[in-house]
Design a protein around this ligand. Structure first.
Ligand SMILES: O=P(O)(O)OC[C@H]1O[C@H](O[C@H]2O[C@H](CO)[C@@H](O)[C@H](O)[C@H]2O)[C@H](O)[C@@H](O)[C@@H]1O
Length: 371
């Protein structure tokens, strides 16, 4: 575990601001920094970790604090973040505003697109079973896939995310990348063999996840609004519809199950606790696996672009930074600690960005045809 410093922006307003902080080993995320005027303060990652032990003696207060500070209702209550927001935007400019520069950087390289689903292609809604993407978004993704190899990388079960997206020409990586499959329609890109690619690095965990799912359903059934989702190689416990005073209860229930399974770990998303195998596999590894399957393993002429809104997407943003290839785009209206290079505010902006990419590609193909 590293002892990196986490930079937390100050604000004049002395408010608590939600900043996501990835904690490397335990993978739980904690947030929040008290603000004081005058620039930036550094908080040791060790301090954040002090109260967090996930497998074994996890402290429920830390879980609940983390659940609370990552809650959009708390973020919404921030009065004005204009100074911090503009400073953040300076470091993570809008991918729409920077479109020309992005295209310039990709010159002579094969763009490969990676798209998260919830909060990126579809708006966040209360009922996870009704997180539909719009027809306009589907059309934009379809056109995108005609121009560039395109993958959906989601925390959801692969079949479920496919039932929302319904485009057979894409690659799909479900269960946070633990379930990868190539396009049913085949692919015109480099490795035709990528068509049938199917990678499930956590298959031995299937019976355990089934068991844990049942236990989570049983333990949380007394809490109104709690919902457990079976994502095949992982489980989600949603607390979006649980009253805040009951969040402690949800944390206790999840902890009571998790402590029986040392081979499982907890991660957090947007009002969701996620239980998954401890294997070293995440969305970043899935991105690398897909690049390899497409024949770009050791290529310098590939330009991967990953768009996502959640903490689990940070693993992919980090990989791109480490490889020094392409970049990540964080979908967020609020400043967040991120390894992404650019930002977009919401799914409609994501759609505009995808449409711009398609338009640029079509124009450049027309230009080439005229030569
Ligand atoms: O990797 P993703 O595709 O972003 O999946 C992450 C989780 O997304 C879903 O939950 C989130 O979206 C729901 C629908 O808008 C929302 O109700 C929930 O509060 C969000 O956390 C999905 O249901 C989870 O299983 C995924 O792990």
């Amino acid at each position: 575990m590293t002892n990196q410093n986490v930079v937390v922006p100050d604000t004049q307003a002395a408010i608590n601001m939600a900043i996501t902080v990835a904690v490397s080993n335990s993978e739980i995320f904690t947030t929040a920094a008290s603000a004081a005027p005058g620039g930036y303060i550094s908080i040791s990652r060790k301090k954040f970790l002090k109260n967090l032990e996930i497998n074994g003696g996890a402290r429920i207060n830390a879980w609940v604090d983390s659940m609370r500070s990552s809650s959009p209702t708390h973020i919404k209550s921030i009065p004005s973040l204009s100074d911090d927001q503009s400073s953040w935007i300076l470091h993570h400019p809008s991918a729409l505003d920077m479109f020309e520069q992005i295209i310039e950087a990709s010159k002579g390289k094969q763009i490969v697109m990676f798209l998260d689903y919830d909060g990126t292609l579809s708006p966040i809604v209360e009922d996870p079973d009704r997180a539909y993407m719009s027809d306009a978004m589907r059309k934009a993704v379809k056109s995108l896939a005609r121009c560039f190899p395109t993958a959906i990388v989601s925390g959801r079960c692969r079949d479920k995310v496919y039932s929302f997206v319904r485009l057979a020409e894409l690659y799909y990586a479900g269960s946070h990348g633990m379930d990868i499959k190539g396009p049913a329609k085949g692919s015109k890109y480099k490795k035709a063999s990528a068509k049938g690619v199917l990678f499930q690095p956590a298959s031995e965990f299937l019976p355990m996840i089934d068991e844990v799912y049942k236990k989570l359903v049983e333990r949380t059934k007394s809490t109104p609004g709690a919902k457990v989702e079976h994502n095949k190689f992982c489980c989600s416990v949603h607390y979006r519809c649980v009253e805040e005073k009951e969040w402690n209860e949800v944390a206790q229930q999840v902890k009571s199950v998790l402590k029986e399974y040392p081979k499982l770990r907890l991660t957090q998303g947007r009002k969701v606790l996620e239980i998954r195998p401890t294997i070293k596999w995440d969305k970043g590894k899935a991105l690398e696996f897909l690049l390899e399957s497409l024949g770009f393993a050791n290529c310098t002429d590939v330009f991967p672009v990953y768009i996502g809104d959640d903490r689990t997407d940070e693993d992919a943003f980090k990989i791109l930074r480490e490889r020094g290839q392409g970049f990540g785009i964080l979908v967020s209206k609020f400043p967040k600690d991120t390894s992404a290079s650019y930002s977009l505010q919401e799914p409609t902006e994501v759609m505009n960005f995808l449409q711009k990419l398609v338009e640029w590609k079509r124009q450049s193909l027309r230009g080439q045809a005229m030569l």
